[in-house]
Design a protein. Structure first.
Length: 420
């Protein structure tokens, strides 16, 4: 928070900056977003990229390259997306794309933006930078919130990662109407990657892909999936045999039915899907779910919400679950970091003491949440910290030992795959 300009040093003590005090007085979230914009590239610029039309996360990641930010993963875009969405500057549409709100447009009109370098950058006329008041210098680096750039921002990636290759195959196969089996295989692989048992069936009278979530006697569920390739790149009602989808669900005694294809659109398609209780998921959404899963893996229970309602699938709840999990993971790392830095001078630290030290810009952590995270880190299987809630905690061992312990646990659990 200090590097973000929310806190400042005053006679050796941390206190709220004038910007933070103004935010508290006015309850205007635009002040915090503007403050982040002054310290980070591609905050206001991200709003500008959304001004003409909604964009996907991947499109925004690509657009960031026009500002010199060659990100090969989407977590940097995701971080900015969460900030802007919390401030109601942007919103997520039902098809998963991101759109600017009127609140965001209002703030955008007041910001000075970086000039893009590429020809494909936003077309919004950019104002000449206004003279800045004396204060922290705006740097050209991506962030002042970290001491060093991320490794993946320094090292170019030539070959796509396995999940990126899977996402690309979903997009490409969805319009390869001469080879419909290609999309069926890609959809099967995608749901296997998400943790499901997935089987490609196809053929006359069979569903294209049968997906199972083995969660025990009472919570398991099964989904029949029809994968539709469309050469034009847009799936409409005319390409769907709704009676066949219903037959497939009954044949396999499935709990849910899903339709996957490129850019499903049209009021008739969605109305029929609602009437037939068929969830409609675009291949772009499925690709995004795979990329999100690679960064923040979720469980089969979390993914159930994708199938429960007929019509266009809203992936927002799943994305929020992933964001919460990612935030807790970041919190666990930061707690270990603070314990490593501070306990040598101050001794064991309690949850209440740590609460004033951690910096979670997306959503401030409560003392209860910090204590729950400490309890997890203190579990013998993790063994990252040691202590009690009343006496406080210290780091139990070197980070490399914690990593080794968790890696060994993961290796042993992954060995179960061959026996299932």
């Amino acid at each position: 928070m200090h590097n973000a300009g929310i806190l400042e040093d005053e006679t050796g003590l941390l206190c709220l900056s004038k910007h933070a005090n103004l935010w508290f007085a006015t309850e205007d979230d635009g002040i915090l977003v503007a403050l982040l914009h002054s310290r980070l590239k591609f905050v206001g610029e991200m709003l500008a990229e959304l001004e003409e039309e909604p964009r996907t996360t991947e499109e925004l990641r690509s657009a960031a390259g026009n500002y010199g930010l060659n990100w090969h993963r989407r977590d940097q875009v995701g971080r900015r997306r969460r900030w802007l969405q919390s401030a109601e500057m942007i919103m997520t549409l039902r098809d998963g794309r991101i759109a600017i709100t009127e609140t965001g447009r209002d703030l955008l009109s007041k910001l000075d933006l970086y000039e893009p370098f590429g020809d494909t950058a936003c077309s919004r006329p950019l104002p000449d930078p206004a003279p800045q008041e004396t204060g922290p210098e705006v740097k050209d680096s991506d962030s002042l919130l970290t001491d060093a750039p991320k490794l993946d921002e320094l090292t170019p990636t030539i070959d796509p990662s396995p999940v990126e290759a899977l996402a690309n195959e979903l997009r490409d196969a969805s319009t390869d109407s001469k080879n419909p089996d290609r999309l069926e295989v890609a959809v099967r692989d995608a749901f296997e990657f998400l943790g499901f048992e997935a089987e490609k069936l196809g053929g006359s009278g069979k569903t294209d892909v049968l997906v199972k979530a083995p969660l025990g006697k009472d919570d398991s569920y099964t989904v029949t999936i029809d994968a539709k390739t469309v050469g034009s790149g847009s799936l409409g009602d005319g390409q769907v045999d709704w009676g066949t989808l219903e037959d497939h669900r009954k044949q396999h005694n499935a709990d849910y039915s899903m339709l996957v294809g490129p850019n499903p659109s049209g009021k008739r398609l969605m109305n029929r899907a609602v009437d037939k209780a068929v969830a409609v998921l675009s291949t772009e959404q499925l690709a995004d779910l795979c990329i999100q899963h690679a960064e923040t893996p979720l469980g089969l229970k979390d993914y159930r919400a994708l199938f429960e309602s007929g019509g266009a699938v809203d992936t927002t709840p799943t994305s929020r679950t992933a964001e919460d999990l990612g935030r807790l993971r970041n919190l666990a790392v930061e707690l270990c970091e603070k314990l490593a830095e501070r306990t040598g001078a101050f001794g064991p630290l309690t949850a209440s003491q740590l609460m004033v030290m951690v910096d979670q810009p997306d959503k401030p952590s409560s003392e209860q949440e910090i204590q729950q995270t400490l309890d997890t880190l203190a579990n013998p299987l993790v063994g990252a910290v040691q202590g009690t809630a009343s006496t406080g905690y210290v780091l139990a061992t070197a980070p490399r030992v914690i990593q080794q312990r968790l890696q060994q646990l993961g290796d042993q659990i992954s060995g179960l795959e061959s026996s299932l």
